[in-house]
Ligand binder design. Structure first.
Ligand SMILES: C[S@@+](CC[C@H](N)C(=O)[O-])C[C@H]1O[C@@H](n2cnc3c(N)ncnc32)[C@H](O)[C@@H]1O
Length: 247
């Protein structure tokens, strides 16, 4: 997952406003009881949020399972002269660093790649072990509603400057997931195109199930925001920002 796709990820995500996204996370940090300085990010991808937080002065440790995404992120950080990021390849369901952070974050549907509630539980345990007492866990999820009503079995076409991408969605409701079949054509300098394929699957969860996992693992002050706001989020929205505190 995220091999050749890493080369076109930023181009395909062009419409996402990562500055606004980062500002939202920073507002959540500022609303918390404790000062946030050291941040661990799971699923950093090509570093769009990582680099912005690092530029704002947060000390970032950024983890991803895809070596190619990490390479893109690392190159961007070097080009921009950003030094306060440590990158590691790792799996957010099986990860430990001997350091305790003020916050752990996972952004932009990263948690929807986890296959089932056991994996969600493992991610929540790894996060808890990497947090200081009172530290914040923050992650967003696409809701079941979004997969059923927006993503569905649609095909999306992206006709961009250097990339043409066909994104076909194949729901598998019995397994609470949607398969993404991506075919993309990347333009070479001589005007020819290379064709790549990538298959991914995202899984959806009910907030009540995540809530039980968080409570069972001893998190407190659980909050569910309609993404981008501080209003109560629900299974009926598209994306929910979850915030929890380690006891
Ligand atoms: C949709 S991208 C989001 C990237 C980035 N957070 C952003 O906002 O653009 C999801 C990322 O999660 C990573 N990922 C998926 N499963 C993972 C896992 N088990 N452990 C660590 N990273 C994972 C993927 O490699 C990918 O880079």
């Amino acid at each position: 997952m995220y091999q050749e796709f890493s080369q076109v990820y930023d181009e395909l995500m062009k419409e996402i406003n990562y500055s606004e996204w980062t500002d939202y996370l920073k507002r959540i940090f500022l609303n918390s009881q404790s000062e946030i300085k050291d941040v661990l990010e799971f699923g950093c991808g090509s570093g769009n949020i990582t680099l912005k937080l690092a530029s704002s002065g947060y000390n970032m440790t950024a983890i991803d399972i895809s070596e190619d995404m990490l390479t893109v992120a690392d190159e961007k950080a070097s080009r921009q002269g950003i030094k306060n990021i440590s990158f590691y390849m790792g799996d957010m369901t099986n990860f430990y660093l001997d350091y305790q952070y003020d916050a752990v974050i996972a952004c932009c549907d990263t948690v929807n790649y986890l296959h089932d509630l056991d994996e969600i539980q493992s991610f929540l345990m790894c996060s808890r072990d990497c947090l200081k007492s009172g530290g914040l866990l923050m992650f967003d999820i696409n809701t079941a509603t979004k997969y059923k009503k927006v993503i569905k079995d649609n095909t999306f076409i992206y006709n961009l400057d250097d990339v043409y991408c066909v994104w076909e969605n194949e729901p598998e409701p019995e397994k609470n997931c949607v398969h993404f079949n991506l075919t993309f054509f990347v333009k070479n300098e001589d005007g020819t195109y290379n064709r790549y394929e990538e298959n991914q699957t995202q899984y959806y969860y009910q907030l009540e199930d995540i809530h039980h996992c968080l409570l069972n693992l001893g998190y407190k002050n659980l909050k569910y925001f309609n993404f981008g706001t501080f209003l109560q989020g629900s299974n009926d929205g598209d994306r929910v920002q979850i915030v929890a505190e380690k006891k």
